[in-house]
Design a protein around this ligand. Sequence first.
Ligand SMILES: Nc1ncnc2c1ncn2[C@@H]1O[C@H](COP(=O)(O)OP(=O)(O)O)[C@@H](O)[C@H]1O
Ligand SMILES: CC(C)(COP(=O)(O)O)[C@@H](O)C(=O)NCCC(=O)O
Ligand SMILES: [K+]
Length: 259
Amino acid sequence: MLLTIDCGNTNTVFSIWDGERFLCTLRTSTEHQRTADQYYVWLSALLAHHRIPLDINAVIISSTVPRVVFNLRVLSDRYFNTRPLVVGRPECLLPRMPRVDEGTQVGPDRLVNSAGAFDRYGGNLIVVDFGTATTFDVVAEDGAYVGGVIAPGVNLSLQALHEAAAALPHVDVTKPQKVIGTNTVACMQSGVFWGYVGLVRGICDRIRGEYDKPMRIISTGGLAPLFQQGDTLYDEFDEFLTIHGLRIIHDYNKAQGTA
Ligand SMILES: Nc1ncnc2c1ncn2[C@@H]1O[C@H](COP(=O)(O)OP(=O)(O)O)[C@@H](O)[C@H]1O
Ligand SMILES: CC(C)(COP(=O)(O)O)[C@@H](O)C(=O)NCCC(=O)O
Ligand SMILES: [K+]
């Protein structure tokens, strides 16, 4: 079975692919201090709970946090006796190479999202991923990542307001009843919710204006459906886009003899 690991700046998602489907998806916070042994204890307990055998013979990792890769490599070597594929490393091939400025280290999550989205939806896409940062990835007709946009994430924006202004509390994002807030929390929620609806719509419109063909918009990330309630922002929401992309890249490397 294949273990896919998608490590973001906030959370790390482990999924198990049995050759036909993903059997489970497990989430833990991203902490670079966590050791291979700690990962293994956590993973084996949860797999036992889900009655999934631990016979992993392949591992693929995408990490936006370079420091965590070391311990995930040790996990893979020590407990599964396999060398992991690490997206973004030269030995991990991509179905399409990104076309960006020389020397740019594209976030591996964006390369993975592009590969997953191209496989599912074809080319000429905007992929919007609501993570720690909100990223917009442009996927060309041939499936290559050709650039995009990085915006501050939703929770990061709320946290920044709280940290920078003494009188502003910590609040969670939600769709407010009205635009005009009549208390502090409602005002903050309105600013972030409607501000974000405008941000997503505005950026997608401008990308479409710069791109020479019609594009579809695919969204992913737990917060994506919330913003669709404010306006029709995307054509599809795909919760499993990143793990699908990891599997596609793994299969590609297997076919090429590099995995
Ligand atoms: N379904 C959800 N509802 C509310 N908040 C969510 C949901 N999913 C993720 N988040 C929050 O969104 C932020 C980004 O999470 P995540 O997508 O895991 O980021 P990353 O991939 O960068 O680690 C985090 O603060 C997380 O707690
Ligand atoms: C933009 C990101 C921080 C998003 O990461 P995430 O929100 O998934 O943790 C990540 O893709 C990254 O570190 N990118 C490197 C720069 C780039 O993609 O051009
Ligand atoms: K992510």
